[in-house]
Write a protein that binds this ligand. Sequence first.
Ligand SMILES: Cc1ncc(COP(=O)(O)O)c(C=O)c1O
Length: 339
Amino acid sequence: MDLLDWKNLPFGYLKTDFNIRSEFRDGTWGKLEVSTSEYINIHIAATALHYGQEAFEGLKAYMGKDGKVRLFRWEENAKRLMLSAEGIKMAQVSVEMFKEAVFQAVKLNKRFIPPYGSGATLYIRPLLYGSGAEVGVKPSSEYTFIVFVTPVGPYFKNGFKPVNVIICRDVDRAAPKGTGIYKVGGNYAASLRADVAAKDKGFVTSIFLDAKEKKYIDECGPANFFGIKDNTYITPKSESILNSITNRSLIEVAESLGIKTERRQVPVEELSEFTEVGECGTAAVITPIGKIVDPDKNKIYEYCKDGNAGPLTSKLYNKLVAIQKGDAPDEFGWMTVVE
Ligand SMILES: Cc1ncc(COP(=O)(O)O)c(C=O)c1O
């Protein structure tokens, strides 16, 4: 009997056997410990709870047809967690320590890695937070690092199909020179008002504009944005968006397919010139966008009129997913087999 109904897994949390933890005290990290508990014992004055000293990462392990388990560009997640830690003045986790914790968490929970072809993957969630007690606003002197994993089904149940999104002008997720480039919990808390309002109106998520001028596209919910026109993949350059690893990978994939790429400011009006648009991130790789509604300007931008993703979006998606699953050669050296 299968451990789980792999083909019908939600994109949600399911308990696995083990997680990995370490504590930073007196200026050094302790050794990585294996835990079977899903809970943490946290001080009531921990800086994570009061001042949002918390950062996380998200990456996936893929089971290949050959039975090998592969991680996609884990070093980039390790480096981004270091950047986020520095961004909110937390102790950093080294790339080596990140690797050891992530690989151990995957190996110890091997029975939860969804089989090849199920459409599901093992989602890995490294988490770092200030665990020391402070009452004044200052960085903690103690930190906790945890890596847990959970098997997840596809982010969107309908698969690789266009979704509708709405432009948000009354909420900013992050400001230039703020914390938008860091993967810290506060950005996500700040995005929830917009996200709930979008969902209440029947949209999958909202597009955030640059907070200063409200002229340029920033991000699309918890994902980066891209538009395609004239055989060119165009994605926003902004001081307040997360540096998506998926987006950077799509840029390289695009170039390998002879598609030109540009990273620059993307004015909202340019939406009328794109022939394909989408959002990208670890969770869904690419989500094609079928319709963008701009209620304040009374405008609707439509794409994918036949109900399917556009040709270049599909090409990019298929190539990147094939590399991640181990179906296509790892021509960029992005995959690490978990031995
Ligand atoms: C705000 C935000 N932007 C973009 C992304 C996509 O980043 P990545 O491709 O590294 O998963 C994510 C998800 O991690 C995110 O939370």
